[in-house]
Design a protein around this ligand. Structure first.
Ligand SMILES: [Zn+2]
Length: 289
């Protein structure tokens, strides 16, 4: 019989995560002060986020066994490249949609005049609702699951393998997050800040870093919560929101046991999904019969 992995629900801060939020806040402040454009701000945010979290994972991992191998890093880098293309494609689609919408849609609604902080929070809450719906739907099966299972195939959860998400998934996520914000007329700065925070949160939720966030688990997405989402046990694989746990709490999919920790992550059984090391087969997976 194996010994259960125990952990307590007390507050023992995940300093990697809290430090990342402070760094992201400083970057957001700088972007606001110097009117930085979205692309460089998000790229700097991505480099900061991944560099910072991987440094913590190197010296203080939550699980030694979840450290990425050289092959894992290679796969994740390949997915990063493919996803950069998918991200640019989503951007083009959104720009075309926004241009089209400008002709018949009153894109400067009351949300455009909200104070920046309120605009950012509201934009994030709305973006997360779209993402929550897509994510939950993806877990119901069908073609969306064939796309999304690629992200669940790995048998570890860490910063690097957060990149291993199918490009179609990346494209869809960007559309469902951003399109409502543009149609509702949020200011570009509020959208940028919401994206910056969402990006940092997505990696923090996957990071192999230590800490128990206690009451903060009810306010922001954490690695503690998101590891459950990657559990091989479907009854534990809840917590569909990664940046915020709000919609999980509203729709009854919030999973935060007071004691215990996820035992095994990945997908159980033979779903016909290629192995985690098969980069090209994983990319082709949704398109195979
Ligand atoms: Zn999922």
């Amino acid at each position: 019989m194996t010994t259960p992995i125990r952990s307590s629900s007390r507050f023992d801060p995940n300093w990697a995560h809290l430090g990342l939020l402070a760094l992201t806040g400083a970057l957001a402040w700088g972007a606001h002060q110097f009117s930085m454009s979205p692309f460089p701000t998000l790229v700097i945010g991505l480099v900061l986020t991944v560099g910072w979290l991987m440094l913590w994972e190197r010296f203080a991992p939550y699980r030694e066994a979840w450290r990425p191998s050289a092959n894992d890093l290679q796969r994740d880098a390949s997915f990063f490249g493919a996803n950069a293309v998918a991200d640019a494609a989503a951007d083009l689609l959104l720009r075309a949609a926004a241009l089209g919408a400008a002709m018949w849609w009153p894109v400067s609604g009351p949300v455009a005049t909200l104070p920046l902080a309120a605009g950012v929070v509201l934009a994030l809450v709305i973006a997360e609702l779209g993402d929550y719906a897509l994510h939950r739907l993806s877990h119901r099966g069908g073609w969306l699951w064939r796309v999304h299972v690629v992200h669940h195939r790995m048998e570890a959860v860490n910063t690097s393998n957060n990149f291993t998400t199918h490009p179609v998934n990346v494209l869809l996520r960007k559309l469902v997050r951003l399109l409502p914000l543009w149609l509702l007329g949020f200011s570009p700065e509020a959208i940028l800040m919401a994206l910056l925070f969402g990006q940092a949160q997505s990696f923090a939720a996957h990071a192999n870093t230590r800490g128990r966030m206690g009451w903060l688990n009810y306010v922001i997405g954490t690695a503690e919560l998101h590891r459950w989402h990657h559990s091989v046990r479907v009854e534990e694989a809840l917590n569909f929101g990664s940046a915020l746990p709000l919609w999980d709490q509203v729709f009854g999919t919030f999973h935060y046991p007071r004691d215990g920790a996820v035992r095994q992550v990945g997908v159980r059984g033979a779903y016909g999904v290629p192995a985690p090391a098969e980069t090209w087969a994983l990319l082709a997976h949704p398109f195979r019969g």
